[in-house]
Design a protein around this ligand. Structure first.
Ligand code: ZN
Length: 412
């Protein structure tokens, strides 16, 4: 009977409505630091988790959808704290057919377990439009948080987005004064942005190479976000960009900074004191350098420096958030990022934290997301491989459930 139900659900192209649901017989990791519940059941009603416990002590109501968790692992839904919607299809998220959007969001995000993503640079209201379509039930996708348009220094539009912005008809995202910066930040936040993103060090190429943002302008952007309790992301690039980030009070570094070389103890302590979270985006550096046919030793040095930064920051108790820069790069598979975080010394519990509790807590959703417990939103991932045995099991996603609704499931 269960197999038949499974087949029927897979055969149906229509989105599965948020039904009551139970995952039965799985090893459940309620939180990164928690002991597992062996042969456990998660019971979901009206989009929320209502109970978690040993399967033989819990009653599953008749008639609800049941996912067989035998041999599988269940964790809270994953966060990707650095994504974009800039690809040929996703940049037209407001107008593309829903089925096309479903497919691309599945390819990029939901099949890797992402139930919440932070878009940290969007143009022409694209991310907001996509969020509206998803929340209206028209498109199947993750919960989207976004920063709307980023802030570039004057004459500091990054070299790698110039063509794209011209194609999109974006006149300028540069800001020349603190007044201009705070004015636009206030407008974007009032219109629904969940944070701001500034280019503390913008890669402009040519003789200048990396142009830092003036600290008073960066501070004006950050202060507008903090005024309404929202986070500020910075793209730091190099040492100077890190200094601008610290001086302006940003909350999250959107990348590690292999251009700066290894981080020394003094810098690590200053970043810690400033309570800045780090999104490593290790795969990004590797993918970009490989795309540019950089020599192996250059790639290896960049990755060595970037992983050193993640290692020392983690050892110092700094917060690390999982993020891949997907859709700026076309690489979607999360396996390599997880492997590189392991190279940086993170164990599976620490990597799981970067994908669940750390972002949920950092972005103010810790009361509702990031853990499996009664009362929390039913954002869940079913894994085919136990990450305690193989850390890359965190990329072996068999089902993704958002708000009690199955938004991705493999045939297995
Ligand atoms: Zn990015």
């Amino acid at each position: 009977m269960k197999a038949l139900l499974w087949t029927l659900l897979l055969a149906c192209a229509c989105p599965v409505a948020a039904a009551d649901l139970a995952i039965v017989g799985a090893r459940i990791y309620p939180a990164p630091e928690a002991d597992p519940v062996e042969r456990g059941t998660v019971l979901v009603r009206d989009g929320r988790i209502v109970a978690v416990g040993a399967s033989d002590e819990m009653e599953v109501p008749d008639g609800i959808e049941v996912i067989d968790g035998n041999g599988k692992v269940v964790t809270a839904g994953f966060w990707n704290s650095h994504v974009h919607f800039l690809g040929p299809v996703t940049r037209e998220a407001a107008t593309r057919p829903a089925q096309e959007m479903d497919a691309v969001l599945r390819h990029m995000l939901t099949r890797w377990g992402f139930t919440t993503v932070f878009d940290i640079s969007s143009f022409n209201g694209n991310a907001a439009a996509l969020r509206r379509r998803i929340e209206a039930g028209e498109v199947v996708g993750p919960h989207i948080l976004h920063v709307d348009t980023p802030f570039f220094p004057e004459d500091g539009t990054p070299v790698y987005v110039r063509d794209l912005l011209e194609e999109l008809g974006v006149p300028s995202a540069e800001v020349a004064s603190p007044e201009e910066a705070s004015g636009r930040a206030a407008r974007q936040l009032a219109a629904g942005a969940d944070g701001v993103k500034l280019f503390a060090g913008a890669i402009v190429g040519g003789e200048i190479e990396v142009l830092p943002m003036k600290v008073d302008i960066a501070r004006a952007v950050v202060e507008e976000a903090h005024r309404v309790g929202k986070p500020a992301f910075a793209h730091p690039t190099n040492t100077e960009g890190l200094e601008v980030s610290i001086a302006s009070g940003v909350d999250v570094l959107a990348h590690s900074t292999p251009f700066s070389g290894p981080w020394d103890e003094a810098l690590v302590q200053r970043l810690r004191a400033a309570e800045i979270a780090l999104i490593p985006t290790l795969t990004l550096f590797e993918a970009e350098l490989r795309r540019e046919d950089a020599p192996d030793q250059v790639v290896e040095r960049f990755i060595a420096d970037a992983t050193q930064q993640v290692r020392v920051y983690t050892q110092a108790g700094g917060t690390v958030l999982f993020g891949t820069d997907v859709d700026y790069i076309s690489h979607v598979d999360t396996r390599r990022e997880i492997e590189l975080l392991a190279v940086a010394g993170l164990d599976w519990r620490q990597v799981l934290a970067t994908m669940t509790t750390a972002p949920a807590d950092r972005f103010g959703h810790g009361e509702r997301k990031g853990r499996i417990a009664a009362g929390m939103e039913a954002d869940l991932v079913v894994l085919g491989t136990d990450p305690a045995l193989d850390i890359t099991g965190l990329s072996d996603v068999r089902a993704t459930i958002r708000g009690g609704r199955v938004i991705h499931r493999t045939a297995d």
